[in-house]
Design a protein around this ligand. Structure first.
Ligand code: KIV
Length: 288
């Protein structure tokens, strides 16, 4: 049985923190699912950490569907939330509904995520009325990077903080089942969480949120040289991968790999017979 949006609401009511991670492919989705991570977010951070784009504005519906399918196929317990990419829900409510429906019907995700407050509240309401669970996203909204001019902490002034609180309440009223709060001061993250019945999922929004989300590659050390303040390093996998592939390459070059254990055997008479025929009948330009 998969985790559902009402399960997350109950976790908030019980005061049970919700650990969310991003996932973009089948093998990692399987590992996270088996580790008991209740929500897998197929984030459009995919564009930066997997596809090598500079920001998330290049990510397309097809990119997101492709990866959401892999995550949905490989998981059985977690709620899979697919990020709606840049401009896939801004052109019109109809277009947003069509695109959100594609995630549910084609990818097998059980919910979608959209960035923004008042500007998307009506769209969120229509999606929820249509039967599509929606996660909101406020604070630093990376799809606005070209307007924002950089990845900066949001909600520091009184006006900006008030806008985030008001937007959060609007999204809850529109029917969102939870809300990502990205890069806002911790006291504001706590206040928004206290104002809502739906769970807040923070990323750089402090310990007062009802849950936390992290980009998997950031906490596993898979993007060396990029380390956001809010990401704690739980492993240094890029280093481990580099060491492992150097060993592999060295062992191939000095013929240590493959050894007997990694090779398939054959009847020696059979292979000798074949070698003799090739020679005798002159099949090959080289001499086996
Ligand atoms: O795209 C993403 O991974 C996200 C998280 C950072 C919340 O939106």
């Amino acid at each position: 049985m998969r985790v559902t949006p009402p399960d997350l609401r109950r976790m908030k009511e019980r005061g049970e923190p919700i650990a969310v991670l991003t996932a973009y492919d089948a093998p990692t989705a399987r590992i996270l699912d088996e580790a008991g991570i209740p929500v897998l977010l197929v984030g459009d951070s995919l564009g930066m950490v997997v596809l090598g784009y500079e920001n998330t504005t290049s990510v397309t519906m097809e990119d997101m569907l492709h990866h959401a399918k892999a995550v949905a196929r490989a998981s059985h317990h977690a709620l899979v939330v697919a990020d709606m990419p840049f401009m896939s829900y801004a052109v019109s409510v109809e277009r947003a509904l069509e695109n959100a429906t594609r995630f549910i019907q084609e990818s097998g995700a059980q919910a979608v995520k959209v960035e923004g407050g008042e500007r998307v509240a009506h769209t969120v309401q229509r999606m929820v009325e249509g039967g599509i669970p929606v996660m909101g996203h406020l604070g630093l909204t990376p799809q606005q990077i070209l307007n924002l001019g950089g990845y900066k902490v949001q909600g520091r002034s009184a006006e900006a903080a008030e806008e985030i609180v008001r937007d959060a309440i609007l999204l809850e009223e529109a029917g969102a089942f939870s809300l990502v709060l990205e890069c806002i001061p911790a006291p504001l993250g706590q206040l928004v969480s206290e104002c809502l019945r739906i769970p807040t999922i923070g990323i750089g929004a402090g310990p007062g949120c009802d849950g936390q989300v992290q980009v998997l590659h950031d906490i596993l050390g898979l993007c060396p040289g990029f380390h956001p303040k809010h990401a704690k390093l739980y492993a240094t996998l890029a280093q481990e991968i580099a060491q492992a592939v150097s060993r592999y390459s060295e062992e191939v070059r000095n013929r240590e790999f493959p050894a007997q254990e990694q090779s398939y055997g054959m009847d020696p008479d059979l292979i000798q017979g074949l070698r003799d025929r090739i020679r005798r009948e002159g099949w090959s330009h080289a001499t086996p």
